[in-house]
Write a protein that binds this ligand. Structure first.
Ligand SMILES: [Zn+2]
Length: 242
């Protein structure tokens, strides 16, 4: 196949088109401004890896800007001359290999940065309806698929320290794969968050749900309510009871 054909499709769900529409959306959500953040999607049929380049304004991303790697991640099938590959590429490749991901999203969400300042080694939030969007460490015996967290569970996401360069995060990212084998996200202190899923649809849902939960946790913290407190305990922390 001609390398240009890899990025040409009229299907809005083709990775080349979907990466661009998601980059636009993430830019306007304030998750990927100033060229920050990144995204990669594995083509569900060819298994080729589509990766947004470094240094491109996310709201202007076009299919022609994308890098494409072969499924073994050993060589580029398409390399735009104008751009460098994303600095996140080694981290994305590790998520594909170690987490069997179908897509990875990296944002510079301010909610992730704020939570990394509030929490030490682990972001925690409990007893909030939205955590049901995130898988737990339990697997359904019939289907083998992960069971979602329940309303009464606590969502825990590891926090790693930031480094001068994105690829230097690789060792700490891979350490969290051992320590939190079921996590779908890692927060990077004062930087942002990496989120992955078996498909881009799942990764997008996890990203939106976790960002909502991180924003909520910051608001709870500002009121003096620990985001992982038990149901009813919040009254102890509030100065006024209504
Ligand atoms: Zn980044």
């Amino acid at each position: 196949m001609n390398s240009e054909d890899l990025i040409k499709s009229t299907d809005p769900n083709h990775p080349a088109n979907l990466i661009c529409s998601l980059c636009h959306q993430f830019y306007y959500n304030n998750w990927c401004t100033g060229t920050g953040g990144g995204i990669s999607i594995k083509h569900p049929i060819s298994n080729n890896l589509y990766i947004a380049p470094s240094g491109v304004q996310k709201e202007k991303m076009k299919p022609e800007d994308l890098f494409v790697m072969d499924p073994t991640a050993t060589k580029y099938l398409r390399q735009p001359q104008l751009y460098k590959p994303s600095a996140c590429t080694p981290l994305f490749l590790s998520c594909y290999k170690n987490k069997k991901s179908g897509a990875i999203i990296h944002t510079h969400s301010q909610h992730a940065v704020m939570c990394s300042l509030i929490f030490k080694n682990e972001f925690r939030i409990a007893n909030v309806e939205q955590i049901k969007a995130i898988p737990s460490d339990k697997v359904c015996p019939e289907t083998g698929k992960p069971i979602a967290l329940s309303y009464f569970d606590t969502l825990k996401i590891p926090i790693i320290e930031n480094m001068a360069h994105e690829d230097q995060l690789l060792d700490d990212l891979e350490k969290t794969f051992q320590e939190y084998p079921h996590t779908v996200a890692v927060i990077v202190r004062r930087h942002g968050i990496f989120i992955w899923g078996p498909t881009i649809d799942k990764a997008k849902i996890y990203n939106e749900a976790i960002d909502y939960l991180m924003e909520l946790a910051v608001k709870m913290y500002k009121l003096g309510i620990p985001p992982d407190c038990n149901i009813g305990e919040e009254k102890k922390y509030l100065n006024l009871s209504l």
